[in-house]
Unconditional design. Structure first.
Length: 95
C-alpha cells in the first residue's frame, strides 16, 4: 500500500479549515499535517513540515496572489498546490 499524501491547509477562516479537514478525514489516502491562517505562518510551516499537497486560499492575509506561489515553489518545489479563491477575475482564474 502507498503511503498517504500529506497536506497543509492554508486559509484565514478557521471554519473553512475545519470543513476541509472533515472532508479530508473521510479519505484513506490523505492526512492533514499542518495548518496556517496567514502567509507568514504558512511559510513557517513550509520550512518545518514536509508535505505533498498544499490547499491554499489566495485571499488570506500575507498572501500576494500568484507572486506568493512563486515563493512557495522556491521553498518546496515538489509541493502540489490546490488554490482556493473567491476572486472571479478572469485573469486570476486562468492563472
Amino acid at each position: 500500500m502507498n503511503r498517504p499524501l500529506t497536506a497543509i491547509l492554508a486559509d484565514d477562516h478557521a471554519i473553512v479549515r475545519e470543513g476541509l479537514k472533515l472532508l479530508i478525514s473521510a479519505m484513506d489516502n490523505v492526512s492533514v499535517v499542518a495548518e496556517a491562517a496567514d502567509g507568514e505562518a504558512l511559510l513557517g510551516q513550509l520550512r518545518s513540515t514536509r508535505a505533498d499537497l498544499l490547499i491554499l486560499d489566495l485571499g488570506m492575509p500575507g498572501v500576494a496572489g500568484m507572486q506568493f506561489i512563486a515563493t512557495i515553489r522556491t521553498l518546496a518545489p515538489h509541493l502540489r498546490i490546490v488554490v482556493l479563491t473567491a476572486n472571479i477575475e478572469p485573469r486570476t482564474v486562468r492563472a
